[in-house]
Design a protein around this ligand. Structure first.
Ligand code: HEM
Length: 427
């Protein structure tokens, strides 16, 4: 078989399938061969060029003109006519948001919508996260066992995200089901039957988002990023158009919390399975901010992101024809030994940890990164203080949704002896 640039496809490139379990279980391991031998390869199963080395991934992120993000939210598995019909039945009209918008529109919009992310606007959120974390831990600290995802890491980032956006609480269970559907619809390869069911949930998600948006527009003086957005739409409809409002309302309801929930669960899994790293944090909590970066490097919650070549291009020496789609595997780039020394080691002292590409890079770099980081830091601070003796429950296998991009375990069971809780020993 030949790739679109006329080069032969190697056997391993032909076998690359991000929808099989091994990719999600350990994406960097799954692509070790590529980093070493074929760092940019064409995947016939995906129809994408897969980019696996740090410098190449960063270079593509850096040039968002030659490598447009317009495909970032495209269905990676094309919709069948039946699926399209289901989506149309719900009036589904997902269009450009921020993350998949081209210049010059993107920068104009990003500038207008930046204020809510400024440090002074975020200051109040840290005490809120800490209070929620403490209250939530109170519920299980004497129990000796918890699924950290169900008991804590799902709900708090959701609560914070809704507060940040100004969106009234819609019920966690419903939104969780919607977010799963959105992930599988955008980045998954479900069977044709599954796709129909997923399309119904995506359609319901779309309608729920529109209903919330319309309610907010009726009272446009509220507080939160989506209210800022509504007001900027009224003031600058050319820069923040109606279609942006509608699309973003749905996209951000998933992006603002799933990413953080998953990153937190991945971080605790990483630290607890590298006991010396966890113990270093228990002994010296000042290391936690850097540990957060190291966890985002080794186990980020977005592991691959997409671009499309707007003209003939070259990536890592490989010619990519105009229109070629690229899957930038940040989870692989973050393990590139050309950039990170001993990349397989979890090193909470690593000075370059913050150079990971989990938040993307360049003009579209994640606007919410400091909200995500802050929550991860607060959670780790609270756990090393109150449950330093906590361990991963033995014998559990991590389960992940099958998709190219969003990675976090469905559950994370931990256990500890409540009699040894420091707060009991202190009394
Ligand atoms: C964009 C990851 C949390 C809002 C992105 C991108 C990634 C990402 C990979 C695309 C970057 C690129 O194309 O270069 C993450 C991760 C998070 C996280 C790993 C948590 C650990 C959040 C939160 C919010 C948020 C909490 C909002 C409250 C956004 C927005 C963009 C974005 C608005 C679009 C920026 C643009 O295109 O200019 N994020 N994100 N993210 N993220 Fe996040």
């Amino acid at each position: 078989a030949l790739a679109p640039n006329g080069c032969p496809v190697s056997a391993r490139a032909a076998a690359f399938n991000p929808f099989e379990g091994a990719y999600m279980q350990a994406p960097a391991d799954y692509l070790r061969w590529a980093r070493e031998e074929e760092p940019v390869f064409y995947s016939p199963q995906l129809g994408y060029w897969v980019v696996t080395r740090y410098e190449d991934v960063k270079a593509v992120f850096r040039d968002n003109i030659l490598f447009s993000p317009s495909v970032a939210l495209e269905k990676i598995t094309p919709a069948s006519p039946e699926v399209l019909q289901v989506l149309q039945g719900y009036g589904f009209a997902m269009n450009r948001t921020m993350v998949n918008e081209d210049e010059p529109d993107h920068m104009a919009r990003r500038r207008l919508l930046m204020d809510a992310f400024l440090p002074e606007r975020l200051i109040g959120f840290e005490p809120m996260v800490r209070q929620l974390a403490r209250q939530t831990m109170d519920r299980f600290v004497d129990r000796g066992r918890a699924d950290l995802v169900a008991d804590m890491f799902y709900e708090i980032p959701l609560t914070i995200a809704l507060k940040f956006l100004g969106v009234p609480d819609e019920g966690a269970e419903q939104l969780r089901q919607f977010a799963v559907a959105h992930t599988l619809n955008t980045w998954g390869r479900p069977t044709p039957e599954e796709q129909i069911e997923i399309a119904h949930n995506v359609g319901r998600f779309w309608q729920t988002a529109q209903r919330i948006l319309d309610a907010m527009r009726a009272q446009p003086d509220g507080e939160g990023w989506m209210y800022d957005t509504i007001r900027q739409h009224l003031a600058h409809p050319d820069v923040v158009p109606e279609s942006y409002l509608r699309s973003m309302m749905m996209a951000i309801l998933a992006a603002a919390h799933e990413t953080t929930s998953n990153a937190t669960a991945n971080a605790f899994h990483t630290l607890l399975s590298h006991r010396s790293a966890w113990e270093a944090l228990c002994a010296n909590p000042a290391l936690i901010p850097n540990a957060v970066e190291e966890c985002l490097r080794v186990a980020g919650s977005i592991i691959a992101w997409r671009r499309v070549a707007t003209a003939d291009a070259v990536v890592g020496g490989v010619p990519i024809p105009q229109g070629g789609k690229l899957l930038l595997v940040q989870a692989s780039a973050n393990f590139d030994p050309r950039h990170f020394e001993n990349p397989d080691e979890v090193d909470v002292y690593r000075e370059s940890a913050v150079e990971h590409l989990t938040f993307g890079y360049g003009a579209h770099q994640c606007m919410g990164k400091n909200i995500g980081r802050m929550q991860m830091r607060v959670f780790i601070e609270e756990f090393v203080r109150r449950l330093p003796h906590m361990r991963l429950a033995p014998g559990q296998t991590m389960e992940y949704l099958s998709n190219t991009s969003f990675r976090g375990p469905a559950a994370l069971w931990v256990e500890w002896d409540p009699a040894r809780n420091p707060e009991r020993l202190a009394h």
